[in-house]
Design a protein around this ligand. Structure first.
Ligand code: MEV
Length: 423
């Protein structure tokens, strides 16, 4: 195995790149210039990014965009979005404008409790374990006092520690189920530090600690976002549109294949704002999808109703977000994004992110139930292909006109470009 290496992490960036190119990229001479091109010439900034993770050899850019005209609880916002998928930001902006003329979005945080667990095995009598737990519970809380001090000052901390008997699921399996309030921080480090301290204090001969870790499933850290208006205010074919839209949401409630795609569209908006604000989108994704399956069947995260001529569309999702700590203020663009959002609390950010998801879902369903999504996508697709083919500004202008509403494939665009160049 000559292509394996020991001590890779100790090499300098230059040495890492050299080893990588020699062993895995020797047939791709562009490697070095590409990697170098994406390094930031501002060495301090580059170092900041290098130190976010390990073995960093370059940067991977995502476009950073903004979607204006969001009215949320009567306040105007411009949403920062970091995403590579075309049409998402355009859709968000259009929907924001649409609902800004119909009262805007309403949002509220329903709960903010986070969860962590100490998983352990115990083979003795339950009653003895329960007695031990009850006697040591105050000591468990006391042991975490130095970690929770600052959080308690901000009104957060450990809410409760419960002993849970899971032996009906797995022999000898128990948990300490711990609930937390982490205020404006996402709280992952805080929760995990508390859990490890609790586990070490709880440990004894007949208790085998397996692991201590937060849960990304947080059904009691919920936010709701909503839009509503009179059906007639939805546009020319308001009634027809509302009915079809309603059916599309119902389909996503009963059909998991559709529900996954429906929810993916919601995550287009959510992830883009979560990433732009330096939050953990994998944690959000995991928690949101688990919530979509909470009934035992994977379903739509959004709901729609039409009652007495009023169209209502809403979403309820769990979100673990922070506006302090982690990358939020460390990454200059995340810091800028939070400033752009007027330095929101975690609760405010939960509302903004939920709105981004709802807006994206509205845009997707509106397109799908009327014109279809390909019309918009094809425009961006055409532009991407023209960029790939290195078309000039003038060539692009002409071809976007000639290929408007036509079938777009790489071949078709390439032929059209060659024809144009011959002319
Ligand atoms: C594409 O990224 C997202 C959609 O597929 C969402 C949906 O189908 O609802 C358009």
């Amino acid at each position: 195995m000559s292509k394996t290496i020991t001590g890779f992490s100790k090499l300098t960036k230059e040495e890492k790149t050299t080893w990588l190119i020699k062993n895995f990229l020797s047939d791709y001479p562009e490697s070095k210039p590409i990697l170098n091109q994406y390094l930031n010439s501002n060495t301090k900034l580059q170092q900041l990014h290098d130190e976010f993770i390990e073995n960093s050899i370059s940067n991977f850019y995502l476009p950073f965009a903004i979607a204006p005209n969001f009215i949320i609880n009567d306040n105007a916002y411009v949403l920062p979005m970091a995403i590579e998928e075309s049409s998402v930001v355009a859709a968000a902006s259009l929907v924001a404008k649409f609902w800004s003329k119909r009262g805007g979005f309403k949002a509220e945080v329903l709960s903010t409790t986070k969860i962590g667990q100490v998983h352990f095995m115990y083979a003795g009598a339950y009653l003895n374990l329960e007695t031990y737990f009850n006697s040591i519970k105050p000591t468990l809380l006391k042991a975490t006092e130095s970690i929770t001090k600052n959080m308690r000052k901000r009104g957060g901390g450990i809410l409760d520690i419960e002993l849970r008997d899971k032996t009906s699921d797995l022999d000898n399996y128990y948990q300490l189920h711990v609930t937390f309030e982490t205020k404006d921080s996402m709280g992952a480090n805080f929760i995990n530090s508390c859990l490890e301290t609790i586990a070490n204090t709880f440990r004894k001969d007949d208790v085998e600690i397996v692991m201590s870790i937060l849960s990304n499933y947080i059904p009691d850290c919920l936010v709701k976002a909503e839009v509503s208006c009179n059906i007639d205010d939805l546009g020319e074919n308001g009634v027809e549109f509302a009915n079809k839209f309603y059916q599309a949401v119902q389909i996503a409630h009963v059909e998991p294949h559709r529900a996954v795609t429906h929810n993916k569209g919601i995550m287009n908006g959510i992830d883009a704002v979560v990433i732009a604000t330096g939050n953990d989108f994998r944690a959000v994704e995991a928690g949101v999808h688990a919530y979509a399956a909470k009934s035992g069947k994977y379903k739509s995260l959004s709901n729609c109703s039409i009652d007495n001529g009023i169209f209502k569309f809403w979403i309820e999702i769990p979100l673990a977000l922070g506006t302090v700590g982690g990358l939020t203020t460390l990454h200059p663009i995340s810091k800028l994004s939070l400033n752009l959002l007027q330095n929101p609390s975690a609760k405010e950010l939960m509302m903004i992110v939920a709105v981004a998801g709802l807006a994206q879902n509205f845009a997707a369903l509106k397109a799908l139930t009327t014109t279809g999504i390909q019309q918009g996508h094809m425009k961006m697709h055409l532009n991407n292909i023209l960029n790939q083919l290195e078309a000039t500004k003038e060539e692009k202008k002409t071809l976007i006109k000639t290929l408007n509403n036509k079938q777009i494939t790489h071949n078709i665009v390439n032929n059209a470009l060659q024809q144009l160049r011959i002319k």
